[in-house]
Design a protein around this ligand. Structure first.
Ligand SMILES: Nc1ncnc2c1ncn2[C@@H]1O[C@H](COP(=O)(O)OP(=O)(O)OP(=O)(O)O)[C@@H](O)[C@H]1O
Length: 306
């Protein structure tokens, strides 16, 4: 992966009438990297992707794709970009092969129809009318068109929605191969495991604001890690008073008094708890350390607790 920024988004805003749907979103994606935008319905992901493609007028901020403004040089940006929209539009009556040929005729990139259809596992459907494809097969056709000619940038708006788990995994493989071959991938998804599989960097958008952005490790480290400790023997009601930045919740798990200690720093939480127990002569049983999961980070942000 090089450090060359293929997509640069800075303080991006989009207003629909009085409603500010995207509020100062900034992120970047370098060559060969996958950046995943996550967020609840209506968070502003599609609007952001539309502004990146130059389809939608922005109300503020800047976008650069291949160093160009997609509103000022749409041809340059479109030549190097393949797109899977949330709802792909196809002519239903024509066949898969004709659809690919039509797309090939409109694209400045060159590729081989058989190779591309084989890659998305549609080689056996070339003569089938698009309207007779299943939802998942249509999604794969969308990907075939987006990957045509191995574009520098591939924008995928919920590419695997409606796919069965097996097809989704195959789609991930194709996207992973495109990345490995040097394409930059910009993705939105509601499947957190998809982001975990594919994304080098993730951003979680909530109500138009990019609440957190970074590598998966950075995003997970942005939330408190959790240390769960069971008490084997202790004076009744023993639990120490936590210092600033550390919280403790006392409960009961499998009939044993249990404390859940949360702090940004997992090591600090554990060290503090063990020291407190040691000084008080308390015997601790099982101690587990759980870093925050993407699921927890997402729900904290989506639930407005972040
Ligand atoms: N053309 C439009 N006119 C007015 N409001 C719009 C328009 N398009 C989107 N919005 C609003 O802007 C907000 C962001 O929409 P957007 O489609 O970008 O969200 P999203 O994060 O992609 O959601 P989803 O996950 O449901 O696809 C929503 O509140 C939506 O209702």
């Amino acid at each position: 992966m090089s450090n060359e920024l293929v997509v640069e988004v800075d303080s991006l805003e989009c207003r629909y009438g009085d409603f500010l749907a995207v509020r100062g979103v900034s992120f970047g994606a370098v060559r060969g990297e996958c950046f995943a935008l996550l967020g609840t319905n209506g968070a502003g992901k599609t609007t952001t992707l539309e502004m990146v493609q130059g389809f939608r007028q922005r109300s503020g901020g800047s976008v650069r794709v291949f160093g160009r403004d997609p509103r000022e040089q749409p041809d340059v940006v479109r030549r190097g970009t393949g797109v899977v929209l949330q709802q792909g539009g196809h002519f239903g009556e024509i066949s898969v092969r004709e659809t690919v040929n039509l797309h090939a005729g409109l694209s400045s990139r060159r590729d081989d129809a058989a190779r591309v259809l084989e890659r998305v596992d549609l080689a056996h459907k070339t003569g089938t009318a698009v309207q007779s494809l299943s939802g998942g097969e249509r999604r794969r056709l969308d990907l075939a068109l987006a990957m045509w000619g191995s574009p520098e940038l591939i924008i995928l708006d919920e590419p695997t929605t409606g796919l069965d788990p097996e097809s989704r995994k195959r789609m991930w493989q194709v996207i992973g191969d495109l990345k490995a071959a040097g394409s930059t991938v910009l993705l939105t998804t509601h499947y957190l495991e998809e982001a975990e599989q594919l994304a080098d960097r993730v951003g979680i958008v909530h109500e138009g604001v990019l609440a957190v952005e970074g590598t998966l490790e950075e995003v997970l480290a942005s939330r408190p890690a959790r240390v769960v400790a069971e008490v084997v023997s202790a004076p009744p009601g023993w639990w120490p008073q936590p210092p600033a930045g550390v919280s403790i919740t006392v409960g009961d798990q499998r009939g044993k008094p249990t404390g859940v200690v949360e702090a940004a720093d997992q090591q600090r939480s554990m060290l503090w708890l063990v020291q407190q127990a040691d000084e008080a002569g308390v015997e601790l049983g099982m101690i587990r350390a759980n870093p925050a999961s993407l699921d927890e980070v997402f729900h904290q942000i989506a639930g407005g607790q972040a």
